[in-house]
Unconditional design. Structure first.
Length: 120
């Protein structure tokens, strides 16, 4: 029995260390996170708040707080190459459906810090 428990613990440890870094270690995946991965946004960007590291070194920023800096409408337009940031358009036009970009924006908005709580 002890051997089985040890083997199970070892398997869990291996799964944690060898697992897919793109999946969060916590609760159920948000639909926007699935869009982010399916559209390969994680090739350039990371979302550290969700435990997702970008695959490429350097370059584009982490998007954990993008919704704190920009409104959802702006994010949607930027991904559609209708808006610029520092005089530049997004490298790639979002190829998904409008409802997918909406899910992506909702996911970004879900990571905004709660500013309604008073600090002590």
């Amino acid at each position: 029995m002890l051997l089985i428990a040890s083997a199970a613990a070892f398997a869990v440890t291996i799964a944690v260390y060898a697992g897919d870094e793109q999946k969060p270690a916590t609760a159920k995946e948000h639909p926007g996170q699935k869009v982010f991965v399916d559209q390969k946004c994680n090739t350039c960007h990371g979302v550290e708040a969700a435990g997702m590291k970008k695959k490429a070194a350097g370059g584009p920023p982490d998007l954990s707080l993008v919704a704190s800096r920009h409104k959802g409408e702006w994010i949607t337009k930027f991904l559609s190459k209708e808006e610029s940031l520092n005089g530049k358009k997004h490298v790639k036009k979002f190829a998904g459906k409008p409802e997918e970009v909406a899910e992506l924006v909702r996911w970004f908005e879900s990571m905004k810090p709660d500013t309604t709580k008073a600090t002590k």
